[in-house]
Design a protein around this ligand. Sequence first.
Ligand code: PLP
Length: 277
Amino acid sequence: MYLFQNRLVPKSQVAVSPDDRGYYFGDGIYEVFRVYAGVLYEPEAHLERLERTAREVRLPLPCPSAELAARLEELIAANGLKEGTVYMQITRGPAPRSHAFPAHAEPVLMAYCTVLERPAGMMRDGIAAVTMDDIRWLRCDLKTLNLLPNTMAKQYALDRGVSDVILHRSGTVTECSASNVMMVKDGVIRTHPANHLILHGVTRKVVLRLAREADIPVRETAFTVDELRDADEVFITGTTVEVTPVISVDGQPVASGRPGPVTRALQQAFERTIPGL
Ligand code: PLP
């Protein structure tokens, strides 16, 4: 079952107008929630980010976020989802094609569940990554449907036989195609500050809190590609990847080329936050 507007319907009954601004302009916003043991993980943080994005792009949410959460819970129950994700998007709705925001468009909400296991192999063994220019706009903090640069970045990685890219602006590392990136040097975690150049990841926030609770020093200051190459550990964070080690960058191993102790400690701390484990 899908959630379409405020109703649970089969996928075949989700009918969106060709005039929908999401289709013309990517004029919409979205969230991806993790579900563990049938329960939404950190729903407040996701909904807060959705509200912020909606406010910044002046897209009225169809209902208060507490109500959205209740509808998502109904969706999860209707699908019997235990382990997976919920994807939700809200577009500005249908209107004749014109750049200006329409005066009377009604937002269109669509959400569905996907069964997804935790990425055990990747989390255990780590992934390879390549660096790439971050060619995105200057509001990467907004979770909008305009993901063409992110899809191009992911494909750039896959075409080179690796899992993901580590993006940088003139040598300053920002994030990955669909996750945040952190490095460890001399026991200190570094990651780009949560400003307009990165998405403020919910997992990033959880991991930084766990690090501080474990007395691991954290510096939210940007680092360069050169510093990344010299890191003791590198890992990415995200709703589906959780805490995944990066073991090589541009074909060169990160330190020993094996996941490091800080990454392992954070993976274990993160697991302890997962309901039902
Ligand atoms: N950065 C980008 C560009 C993303 O698309 C995502 C998630 O989709 C993240 C970071 C990680 O955010 P979260 O931890 O909330 O999944």
